[in-house]
Design a protein around this ligand. Structure first.
Ligand code: FES
Length: 343
């Protein structure tokens, strides 16, 4: 019997001085596993469904940072889980599959991120996902099953093959517990791609729902196009992906001259182009700033700006409070003039 204090008597998990212990590894499909973590010293987790965690993986003598959406529910605060797919050529996820076992300890930071249904107020929601993009949906549905089982939720989860489907049995159980939860699995190899006719058939009132989309960039663009064609109010559309865009928005063209960037902790000053990110400038100068998503999402590259101004297009990886305190995300901040950076 394990002695566990009620959550009300536990401190909140703090990523600065409390590591995570892997307590379970679950095989979901041939190439997807769920890793479950508990605090090394007793604590409970506090987060919103849809937020993510950045794990520090000790691979070949160095620390590799990887960001994963939590698949667990904050209504079960003793542990967190991530459900990850081993992509071909992946380093971090491959290491987790091959090396991470129950009992192992990892450092991590987070949870953070603003891809969560929680602050939105349309009464009905639709979660659309492709592949392992179902993880924020399952976090939200688990949460709702515990806290609001009467919630009106539609789920459409697309996979290439039948064997790629995730959480099939659990979603069937949750559908019985939640009378207004409708779950549809769309297997593209058998049924074709999600289109407007299928969307309307699977979620007839989708125009009145808050829509959350997660998957590869191409899938999310396809969903956005469909919704725009249907006249959906895009103020009620939200999306997240940790995969870099195939065609990222180029930086604004600048014909202004180079800037001077001082890295105060390293004592290095360089001349740089305004088109470069602070991360690119630092790397060219041989200065190490930790990164993970490289897309303004995860907050790993949070760095203090001690002077000057930047142009920053982030995706939720930094809070307004942090910006007000002078922090930037190095991966998506470009100098508007001379800069001082604490790195
Ligand atoms: S590396 Fe993720 S926000 Fe910069």
């Amino acid at each position: 019997m394990i002695a566990i204090l009620p959550a009300a008597r536990l401190p909140l998990w703090n990523d600065k001085d409390n590591r995570l212990r892997c307590i379970a590894v679950r095989v979901e499909t041939d190439d997807v596993r769920t890793f479950v973590f508990a605090p090394e010293t007793p604590a409970c987790f506090h987060y919103l469904p849809g937020q993510f965690l950045t794990l520090e993986l000790p691979i070949a003598g160095r620390t590799v940072l990887r960001t994963y959406t939590l698949s667990s529910s904050p209504s079960r605060p003793y542990s967190v889980s991530v459900t990850v797919k081993a992509q071909p050529g992946s380093i971090g996820t491959r290491w987790m599959f091959d090396c991470l076992r129950p009992g192992d300890l990892l450092s991590a930071s987070g949870p953070r991120g603003d891809f969560t249904y929680a602050p939105h107020h349309r009464r009905r929601a639709l979660f659309v996902s492709a592949g392992s993009g179902v993880t924020p949906s399952i976090s939200a549905i688990r949460f709702l099953s515990d806290c609001a089982p009467g919630a009106q939720v539609d789920v459409i989860t697309c996979t290439r093959t039948r064997g790629d489907r995730l959480f099939v049995d659990e979603l069937a159980v949750l559908s019985r517990q939640m009378p207004d939860l409708r779950v549809a699995f769309l297997v593209e190899a058998e049924q074709g791609r999600l289109d407007l006719a299928r969307l309307s058939a699977l979620s007839p009132d989708f125009l009145t729902r808050e829509i959350f989309c997660c998957g590869p960039g191409g899938f999310m663009r396809h969903v956005q196009d469909m919704l725009a064609t249907a006249g959906f109010d895009m103020a009620h559309y939200h999306q997240e992906s940790f995969q870099p865009d195939a065609d990222p928005v180029p930086p604004p063209a600048s014909d202004a001259g180079p800037v001077s960037v001082v890295f105060t902790a390293s004592g290095v000053t360089v001349s740089a182009s305004r088109d470069q990110t602070v991360l690119e400038i630092a790397r060219a100068a041989g200065i190490d700033i930790e990164t993970s998503c490289a897309a303004g999402l995860c907050g790993t590259c949070l760095t203090l700006k001690t002077a000057g101004n930047v142009e920053m297009r982030h995706k939720g990886g930094i809070s307004q409070d942090e910006i007000d305190e002078g922090y930037i995300l190095a991966c998506c901040a470009r100098p508007l003039g001379d800069l001082g950076i604490e790195a």
